[in-house]
Design a protein around this ligand. Structure first.
Ligand SMILES: C[S@@+](CC[C@H](N)C(=O)[O-])C[C@H]1O[C@@H](n2cnc3c(N)ncnc32)[C@H](O)[C@@H]1O
Length: 452
């Protein structure tokens, strides 16, 4: 299949353009292979990039046995897990505390699957017993005593989660299960028990649905909680036992802001970056993980939520703060300024006056400024010759003004001394708002070292 069938030709820059050649169309899509699921499926963001895409770039970039791959926006850890599965040392940075917990747990394979299962079964039996004392059979939604007082969240926490995220009875059962899991907090597999609970709660017990934004789906008044959790623990145990006896390369995830990466990572240590940063698309990653963040204690107040939002690249108007100044990193970039001006002009033309709409142009400047700051921050930690792959998508979320994220990012990178090797097309999706195909692309760069 030729790339021209998928790409709007008018948007392809010539050989002389700032960005490098476009790579051939990649037939890789979002379908998951069997191997994309092992370890990855312990918990993953809906629509996070597939493991086989990461593998392709690991194979291209890592070939001397001493490579270290960095994912500066590691989310739920696809790059880290895939690097480990492919025998490459890796390190990640993630600003969302729950996502950081998920990726850290997914790369922790040094636990006993037998002990994990034994403990999980004990917990399950205890919870079932305690539920039965209140007349509840976890698997039978009809068994509920009248006058039963379920466990509830503290009012402050209740305010942080999306209303009706989870119905009272599944919440009660989840909190009881969590209580029992917490009594094993000294065990090395404690994080695995919690991660399994996060996954089963969000995807089985809660009322949430993802598409890709998080919203409310069917309200589930009463669904089983213990069995789905045990199912997740079993999958984790299966994956662990499938690799028992093998040696795996080290992987670490830091909780932090990748615009300050050099404070976390050793100088000249990184030989490859494979990552999918946020895009300027109004997606609020803190909403996506809100229920599990609150239930497992990663966010305890509105103030904590606000503090961690400040460590994120600005990619939506709900995460813009007074004093934000990342736009200064792209002050001399006419194309970005032009896009921001177009968004603002369209807003005025359409008489859109809400506080959020007024911020659309600003968030675009802050987004690319933040990415520029991040790319500059990488300079000291990259080995000369390091290869980089940034998976980003075109967007038209702001009053339908097209933002060619990949092209702009490539341009920013080039101005910061990176060589732009090519831009691979990963997949396209049809945007109903504009009637155009939006590209999700992989910007491939090389860091030549400081002496250009
Ligand atoms: C598209 S997601 C990455 C998904 C990831 N590839 C995975 O496998 O789950 C982007 C991630 O960047 C994180 N992020 C945003 N700003 C950040 C920052 N300044 N430093 C570190 N992580 C950040 C978000 O919390 C989110 O988890």
């Amino acid at each position: 299949m030729q790339s021209s069938q998928f790409i709007n030709d008018s948007s392809i820059k010539s050989e002389n353009s700032l960005i490098g050649k476009r790579g051939p169309f990649s037939s890789l899509n979002n379908k998951l292979n069997f191997d994309d699921k092992r370890f990855h499926d312990w918990y993953r963001f809906v629509l996070s990039y597939p493991a086989h895409l990461v593998k392709k770039y690991i194979q291209e970039f890592c070939n001397d046995g001493n490579d270290i791959v960095l994912d500066p926006f590691c989310g739920t850890g696809t790059t880290l897990v895939e690097a480990k599965l492919n025998g490459v040392v890796s390190v990640g940075i993630e600003a969302n505390p729950f996502a950081h917990f998920a990726s850290s747990t997914k790369i922790n394979w040094k636990i006993s699957s037998i002990e994990l299962l034994q403990c999980a079964n004990e917990i399950a039996n205890l919870v079932r017993y305690e539920l039965s004392q209140s007349g509840i059979d976890d698997n039978d939604p009809t068994t509920l005593k009248k006058g039963f007082h379920p466990r509830v969240l503290e009012p402050e926490l209740e305010k942080i989660i999306l209303k009706n995220s989870i119905s009272p009875i599944p919440l009660h059962k989840t909190l009881l299960l969590l209580d029992k899991i917490n009594s094993y907090s000294k065990k090395d597999f404690y994080p695995h028990l919690l991660l399994a609970l996060a996954k089963s709660t969000v995807f089985k017990a809660s009322n949430l649905k993802f598409g890709p934004e998080v919203g409310l789906g069917k309200i589930k008044e009463n669904v089983p909680v213990v069995e789905p959790w045990l199912g997740e623990v079993n999958s984790i145990a299966d994956d662990i036992s499938s690799i028992s006896g093998s040696n795996h390369k080290e992987s670490n995830a830091y909780l932090g802001d990748s615009r300050q990466a050099s404070a976390l990572i050793k100088p000249k240590s990184i030989s490859a970056i494979i990552t999918s940063p946020p895009y300027p698309n109004e997606k609020d990653y803190t909403r996506t993980t809100r229920l599990e963040s609150v239930l497992l204690g990663f966010i305890k107040s509105k103030e904590e939520l606000r503090q961690f939002k400040k460590t994120l690249i600005r990619s939506n108007t709900r995460g813009v703060y007074k004093g934000d100044d990342d736009h200064q990193w792209i002050e001399n970039h006419p194309e970005i300024k032009n896009i921001a001006d177009q968004i603002e002009a369209r807003r005025i033309e359409l008489k859109k006056t809400s506080g959020f709409e007024r911020l659309y142009s600003k968030v675009t400047l802050l987004y690319f400024g933040g990415m520029a700051k991040h790319l500059k921050e990488l300079h000291p930690i990259l080995k000369p010759g390091a290869r980089l792959a940034y998976v980003v998508g075109d967007q038209a979320s702001y009053l339908r003004i097209m933002i060619r994220t990949g092209e702009i990012l490539a341009d920013i990178a080039q101005r910061l001394g990176y060589r732009v090797d090519r831009i691979d097309l990963f997949r396209t999706r049809f945007a109903t708002a504009t009637g155009e195909q939006l590209r999700e692309e992989v910007v491939i760069l090389t860091w030549p070292g400081n002496k250009l």
